[in-house]
Design a protein around this ligand. Structure first.
Ligand code: GLN
Length: 491
């Protein structure tokens, strides 16, 4: 295969390390591809051509000097616009941060740079990571490379579409309720949500701090594992970061690729009956589960009775935290400022700025969260939701006493047409029916392609216990080996 943009990260890193290809050539090939297709996909909000070429040149110089390169050196990566990048615009898909150039790099971006990866730019997303379709970006939607009339998932639709459009072999997402896994599922790519606290939130613009988890996106399970290894691990600058090494996800992906799952016990969640899910999605999921059984996995049913309350609990907890986190966008400290004509009070300027700077979905969440936290309702809403969160965590704990991992479809439906779910917020929220329980629990979960329904990709979700991220990579790699990766139609 001579087209550098069609290669895996592992292949690219190998070519760069051996000197067969330079990192600059690799970066240029991807920048050219972005130039050729991104007007149709709109995966990127900002392409950092100069920064990418400079980073690539640095890798080539290190190689020429005989320095040892890391496993992803010279590999391009696209970063969701939710992570701060020093001197490079960071908008979080919102008008309120338009023009803001952060004075510092997030830990994830710092680690990507230290690993010699080459950041191509920042990817499109639903404003403040609230959404499931990238239609709530203030900068216009991203389109699904499988069918450009359809959504690429959200909130990290740009990061997933960049992979499926061969604009980048690796990307970074963030998952609060499914924003890595759901876009992965509907674009036929791999997306992993690490254990909460397994990847640093330092420099991740906060949506819901007790749930937000940055993580890797790739076209193969092994590439995702390599990226996970690079970005993961303890960070003293994040107080919720787990002080432990990253589970050996790379070794687990390699083990899984041998295709033997003997001794692995997987649980199908009884309550995920398929109600509300498309029959084609359920069929692809069942076929994939059978494929895993053929590899030696034992598959049983496990009841998680409180999972059905996950969606309502999430839509109290996440907006509550968001209403507090987004208070900082006041027109004084960052980005946009409206109405500051010398005659208005500070309060008026703040209010005008927020009115103009936030989109309707973000405002809906702020209002919902403010209400749920207000003194008369705190116990009835926020307090109740936290109790449900505990019950869901107990469901997971007891499930993992019975099985090694839980499995389900990633999403109830395949990529839907742009505009078809924006009128009713609830229809949009349903996209995360299967992904949200994991966020409330804090464990890791991965979405891996398992086939097509009506010609569109279906994702298979594997949920593992906290800090057993390696386990999900093993199963995911075995499945990928059995069913193969998906190739979208040419753009
Ligand atoms: N779709 C969910 C929401 O709108 C999840 C978003 C996310 O994971 N960032 O909140």
């Amino acid at each position: 295969m001579s087209d550098l943009t069609k290669m895996t990260a592992v292949e690219i890193a190998g070519l760069v390390a051996s000197g067969e290809t330079s990192a600059v050539e690799v970066a240029q090939a991807h920048l050219d591809r972005i130039g050729a297709v991104d007007d149709r996909v709109h995966a990127f909000l900002h392409v950092d051509t100069e920064g990418a070429l400079a980073a690539a040149r640095a890798v080539d110089e290190r190689r020429a000097a005989g320095e040892e390169l890391g496993p992803l050196a010279g590999v391009p990566v696209a970063v969701k616009d939710v992570l701060t990048t020093k001197g490079v615009p960071t908008t979080v898909g919102s008008k309120i941060l338009e023009g803001w150039r952060p004075p510092y790099d997030s830990t994830i971006v710092e680690r990507l740079r230290d690993a010699g990866t080459v950041m191509l730019g920042k990817t499109n997303m639903d404003e403040f990571a609230m959404g499931s379709s990238t239609e709530y970006s203030a900068y216009g939607p991203t389109r699904n490379p499988w069918d450009t009339d359809r959504i690429p998932g959200g909130s990290g639709g740009g990061s997933a579409a960049a992979l499926a459009a061969y604009e980048a072999p690796l990307s970074i997402g963030s998952d609060t309720g499914g924003s890595i896994r759901q876009p992965g599922a509907v674009t036929g790519t791999v997306g992993a949500k690490p254990t909460y606290g397994g990847t640093s939130r330092y420099g991740l613009v906060a949506f819901s701090s007790s749930l937000d988890t940055p993580g890797p996106c790739a076209r193969t399970v092994l590439d995702a594992a390599l990226l996970h290894q690079v970005i993961g691990g303890h960070d003293p600058r994040d107080s919720t970061s787990i002080p432990a090494p990253v589970p050996d996800v790379v070794a687990a992906a390699r083990l899984g690729a041998t295709g033997d799952l003997t001794g692995v016990k997987l649980g199908v969640v009884t309550e995920f009956t398929g109600e509300g899910a498309e029959p084609g999605v359920m069929a692809a999921f069942r076929d994939a589960a059978e494929a895993l059984a053929k590899l030696g996995a034992e598959i049983v049913e496990v009841s998680c009775p409180h999972f059905k309350y996950a969606l309502p609990a999430y839509y109290l907890i996440a907006p509550s935290e968001c209403s507090s986190n987004l208070a900082r966008f006041d027109g004084v400290r960052f980005g946009l400022r409206v109405g500051d004509d010398g005659n208005r009070s500070l309060e008026e300027v703040m209010s005008l700025t927020r009115e103009a700077g936030f989109g309707p979905e973000v405002k809906r969440r702020i209002m919902l969260g403010t209400y749920a936290l207000s003194s008369g309702y705190y116990d009835a809403y926020y307090g109740q939701a936290q109790k449900v969160r505990t019950l869901i965590t107990r469901d997971f704990t007891s499930a993992f006493e019975q099985v090694d991992a839980l499995i389900s479809p990633t999403t109830p439906f395949v990529a839907f047409p742009i505009g078809s779910r924006t009128a009713d917020p609830y229809q949009m929220y349903l996209a995360d029916l299967f992904t949200i329980p994991t966020n409330l629990y804090g464990g890791p979960a991965i979405s891996v392609p398992c086939g097509l329904s009506d010609g569109l990709p279906v994702g298979f979700q594997i949920m593992a216990p906290t800090m057993a991220d390696d386990r999900m990579y093993r199963v995911a790699a075995a499945l990928e080996n059995a069913v193969g990766t998906l190739t979208p139609p040419a753009l």
